[in-house]
Design a protein around this ligand. Structure first.
Ligand SMILES: Cc1cc2nc3c(=O)[nH]c(=O)nc-3n(C[C@H](O)[C@H](O)[C@H](O)COP(=O)(O)O)c2cc1C
Length: 220
């Protein structure tokens, strides 16, 4: 598949089959993602992939946290109040998801339940946590974002779906304890991935993009 075809067909997937990806294929995909460009080639990404029992135990820890003390504690600034057109687009994306799932605007409980699926990794057999040393700040975050996008395209090329998740950086203490992540390092965000569950309503959600002229200006 060309990159154009991959980008045209990709979308976030939020329900997965339980079937794991073979360890050889996983290694191969992560190996290729290592080729990502980064500022001064510092390669700041430190990536933690969870599967099997580790993933299951972590889901349990995160859901316990969610049910007992759901105050988010992200290690990086993850709380912009979107304004104006950004806010409209934020609503548009939430609306696309909840409409696909048949959840109405005032059904708070159903929205919370759908939100909670984030910390169950949407049923995916694997999740990856994108981390970096905290001192790197925005420069490192740019590199890690590029790495994460490359990874998701490599996965898509192999027929593996994914969903990036800021939600997976909201309760870092549980994740860091489970994966022995040092305190000098922070979790930027995560991504669940695996094979798409085709008949799930959440996976029918499609978002829109603004016109090219509203995002890109060409100068001669
Ligand atoms: C950095 C980042 C964080 C995201 N966090 C979440 C999240 O926590 N939960 C979720 O369901 N989707 C999350 N998404 C997915 C976006 O909502 C999605 O990419 C956007 O609405 C566009 O839809 P599409 O990916 O289907 O094209 C995130 C995406 C990115 C790039």
């Amino acid at each position: 598949m060309t990159i154009q075809a991959l980008l045209s067909s990709r979308h976030s997937v939020r329900e997965f089959l339980p079937n794991p990806v073979s360890p050889e294929l996983l290694k191969n995909i992560f190996q290729h993602a290592q080729q990502s460009a980064s500022n001064c080639n510092v390669q700041p990404w430190q990536t933690f992939v969870v599967s099997g029992k580790t993933r299951k135990d972590l889901e349990h820890a995160l859901m316990t946290k969610l049910m007992t003390d759901p105050t988010p504690a992200p290690e990086f600034d993850w709380t912009p109040r979107y304004q104006d057109k950004h806010r409209d687009r934020q609503f548009g994306s939430a609306n696309a998801l909840y409409s696909a799932m048949g959840i109405t605007r005032d059904d708070k409980k159903a929205r919370q339940m759908a939100m909670g699926r984030n910390w169950q990794f949407f049923g995916a057999p694997h999740a990856v946590f994108f981390c970096m040393e905290k001192y790197l700040g925005i420069m490192g975050a740019v590199d890690v974002g590029i790495y994460a996008q490359n990874l998701s395209l490599l996965l898509a090329e192999a027929g593996i779906s994914s969903c990036m998740q800021g939600a997976l950086g909201q309760f870092p203490a549980e994740v860091k304890k489970a994966l022995n992540i040092p305190q000098s390092m922070g979790i930027l965000f995560g991504m669940s991935f695996g094979y798409v569950k085709p008949d799930a309503a959440a996976n029918n959600a499609r978002t829109e993009r603004v016109e090219l002229k509203d995002s890109v200006l060409f100068f001669n």
